[in-house]
Design a protein around this ligand. Structure first.
Ligand code: GCO
Ligand code: MN
Ligand code: MN
Length: 396
């Protein structure tokens, strides 16, 4: 029951299950796991793929020979276990060179190095079969607005992305790029903090059709925003190129909790939205096991992310099939063919008719839409006390 299959397209970053529990206050609590071992374990659990930063696989100081050997061994392991690498990205945040930004550094040498490192990382991703390339600007931000680089930074970032899109095409890589917004951490303020700001920025890029968004549950939640609403807007814009799933308490440090660990109801509506929308990209878990855990806890964490997604997907199906919920939904919406016609597609004639139309404003204000009941039915469904739970057997 709720056994993940590769067709569910669940992916994990090497850096997620590979996280050793280091935090700003403490040393690692678990030994590192090798990339081939992670691949083997994820395959056993039913995952579809792994994603990586260049340096999750290849140490930053590796020479060409060592790099090629590591990549060959990794490709072999992927093939042996039937896992794919759908997404790749660059680590532009760990090395001290990037402490004040990569593409938005005030130092032209750092910006050029960031471009070089990213091209090499795009080569690596392509060798491993990646088709989506993520940009998370972890260090692209500032604590000091006296630096006066706000407008320049936007321009530098745009120039870099335009350059890299051309690079991808000149190499025949065919990447689609997914930009990942985050409001803060590790910088005090990260540029392009929300999905909306990223969408606005994407429209200014030379080849904007190649660029979409990689939204993350924790990032919007840290900022007190509704992640599902953000994803809906991204879907509406045709820009959901990838998604980072995890969980988070609002107003806390960046927690990267197991998917569904904290906000079950939000996770439910997110899964329902993704499934209803026909999104068919990877369901990527960008989270890690609690620092308290040993390796057993790491795999319990990974299994839990996937299992919760599948349970919520099944709940979404029950929601759609629940007669009482569907009746409440139907009662909530008031359809009026004539008015819909009148309010869509402007003509002077329609405008005149609408302006003359009499509305019973008081009656409109008196209608109870039944949202309390609808919400309670949803809560009861999630708590497992609504009839239709036979579906768990059907699922098995
Ligand atoms: C974070 C980010 C990262 C990125 C990753 C891939 O908060 O640290 O979510 O995990 O997703 O670097 O680009
Ligand atoms: Mn994150
Ligand atoms: Mn992320």
């Amino acid at each position: 029951m709720y056994q993940p299959q590769p067709s569910d397209k669940f992916t994990f970053g090497l850096w997620t299950v590979g996280a050793t529990g280091r935090d700003p206050f403490g040393e690692p609590t678990r030994p590192p796991l090798s990339a081939p071992y992670i691949v083997e374990k994820l395959a056993q659990l039913g995952a579809y793929g792994v994603n990586l930063h260049d340096n999750d696989l290849v140490p930053i100081d590796a020479g060409a020979g060592e790099r090629d050997r590591i990549v060959r061994e990794f490709q072999q392991t992927l093939g042996d276990h039937g896992l794919v690498v759908p997404m790749a990205t660059t680590n532009l945040f760990t090395d001290p060179a990037f402490k004040d930004g990569a593409f938005t550094s005030a130092d032209a040498r750092v910006r050029a190095y960031a471009l070089q490192k990213t091209m090499r990382s795009m080569d690596l991703g392509h060798e491993l079969g990646a088709q989506t390339y993520v940009f998370w600007g972890g260090r692209e931000g500032t604590e000091v607005d006296a630096s006066g680089k706000l407008l320049d930074s936007i321009g530098w970032f745009r120039d870099s992305l335009n350059f890299l899109a051309e690079y991808s095409q000149s190499q025949g890589y065919g990447y689609r790029f997914a930009l990942e917004p985050k409001p803060n951490e590790p910088r005090g303020d990260i540029f392009f903090p929300t999905a909306g700001s990223m969408l606005g920025f994407i429209a200014t890029l030379d080849q904007s059709e190649l660029f979409g968004v990689n939204p993350e549950f924790a990032h919007d939640t840290m900022a007190g925003l509704n992640f599902t609403h953000a994803v809906a807007q991204i879907i509406d814009a045709g820009k959901l190129f990838h998604v980072d799933l995890n969980d988070q308490k609002m107003g806390r440090f960046d927690q990267d909790l197991r998917f569904g660990a904290e906000n079950i109801k939000s996770a439910f509506f997110l899964v329902k939205l993704l499934e209803d929308s026909g999104y068919d990209g990877p369901r990527h878990f960008d989270a890690h096991a609690l620092r308290t855990e040993d390796e057993v806890g790491v795999w319990a964490f990974a299994r839990g992310c996937m299992r919760t997604y599948l349970i919520l997907k099944d709940k979404a199906r029950q929601f759609d099939e629940d007669p009482e919920i569907q009746a409440a939904l139907q009662a909530y919406r008031v359809e009026d063919k004539e008015l819909s016609e009148l309010t869509r597609g402007f003509t002077p004639e329609k405008a005149r008719t609408l302006k003359e139309r009499a509305f019973d404003r008081v009656a409109l204000g008196q209608r109870g839409p039944g949202l309390e009941q609808l919400d309670q039915l949803t809560v009861e469904l999630l708590l497992g006390v609504r009839g239709n739970s036979v579906s768990s057997e059907a699922h098995a």
